[in-house]
Design a protein around this ligand. Sequence first.
Ligand SMILES: Nc1ncnc2c1ncn2[C@@H]1O[C@H](COP(=O)(O)OP(=O)(O)O)[C@@H](O)[C@H]1O
Ligand SMILES: O=P(O)(O)OC[C@H]1O[C@](O)(COP(=O)(O)O)[C@@H](O)[C@@H]1O
Ligand SMILES: [Mg+2]
Length: 327
Amino acid sequence: MSKEIKRIAVFTSGGDAPGMNAALRAVVRTASSHDMHVYGIYRGYEGMIDGDLERLERGDVGNIIHRGGTILKTARSKRFMTPEGRRSAYESLLAFDIDACIAIGGNGTFTGASVFTEEYKIPFIGIPGTIDNDLFGTDLTIGFDTAVNTAIEAVDKIRDTADSHNRLFFVEVMGRNSGYIALNTAIGSGAGSALIPESDMSIEELIDTLKMGARRKKLFSVVIVAEGNKNGNASEIAQKVQQAFDFYDTKVTIIGHLQRGGSPTAIDRVLASRLGFAAVEGLVNGQANVAVGLVNGKVQYTPFEDAISKEKTLDNDLVRMAEILAQ
Ligand SMILES: Nc1ncnc2c1ncn2[C@@H]1O[C@H](COP(=O)(O)OP(=O)(O)O)[C@@H](O)[C@H]1O
Ligand SMILES: O=P(O)(O)OC[C@H]1O[C@](O)(COP(=O)(O)O)[C@@H](O)[C@@H]1O
Ligand SMILES: [Mg+2]
C-alpha cells in the first residue's frame, strides 16, 4: 500500500510555455480540494536543489489563468544533471516533508524526473508544458497552440509587406527538434512551403517548388523554416536560394521568443486546467512516474520512459496535405 500523499511540490522547468500558470492553478486548487498542502518550487530543478520552496494556497493562484510565462519562474539546471545536484534536491524535498512532485515541463524535465525517481523513491507526475509539442503520450502540449497562433499572426503581417513588394520571406519558427510548430504555422498561414526536421526536402527541391510558383506569376512567397531543419538556419537557406534563383528579393524574419510569450489561447487554458486536475487526481489514485496527457480528448497516463523515448511522429498525411494546399 503506497503512502498517503499529504504534501506535494509543484514546479515549472525548461522553456516556459503559455498555459503553465493555468496548469499550476489547477494543481493547487485540485490538491486543496483533497486537503493536501502544496509547495511551489521556484526556478525548476535549480530551486529544488536550493530548497527554494513556498507554500501555495488557493488564493495564491488567483488572477494567473490568463498570464503567459510562469509565476514560479523556470530554469535549465546543469546541476540537476549531476548525482550531487540531485542528492541536494532530494534533501530539500525531505526537509519540506514532500510526498510527491508535479513537474510542468518538456522532454528534458521528464528525463530529469525519470532519472531522479530511479534514484529516490518520491513519486513524480509530469504535465507536458512546452511550445514544441514534442512529447509522446499527449496530442497537444501546453503552450503549443498559443505559439502557433502567435506565429500565424506574424506571418499574416509579413504577407502584407511581402505582397506589396516582390519578396520571398523565410520565417524561422521554434521547435528544437520538432516540426510541429512549423508545419501547423505553414498550414494555418497558407505559406508556400515548410522546411521541417522530419522531412528530407533539400534546397534544390525548395527552389523547384518556388520556380513553379514563379511560373504561375506568384509575386511573393513565404517559407516557414523550423529551427531544427536539416538545411541550416533561415539566413543560410535564404542566402543559398537567393544565389540560385533571383526572381524574388529575399528577406528573413526570425520570430524567436515572441512565440514563447503572451496570454494563452482558450485551447491552452482548457488543456492546462484539465492536465493539472488530472495530475493531482492521478496521484490520489496511485499513479506514479507518469506523464499525463490527452489522447483523442481523453486523459491518459504514460510512463516517463515511454513519454521520453517514444517518438511522437508528425502525421504524414498532414505533411502531404500542406504540400498540396501550398501549390
Ligand atoms: N538526463 C538528464 N538528467 C538529469 N536532468 C535532466 C536531464 N535532461 C534534462 N534534465 C533537466 O531538465 C531541465 C529541463 O530540460 P530542458 O531540455 O531544458 O527543457 P524541457 O523540459 O522544456 O524540454 C534541464 O535543464 C535539466 O536540469
Ligand atoms: O529559450 P532558450 O533557452 O533560448 O531555448 C530555446 C528553445 O526552447 C524552446 O522554445 C522550447 O523548448 P523546451 O520547452 O524543450 O525548452 C525551443 O523551441 C527552442 O529551441
Ligand atoms: Mg524540450
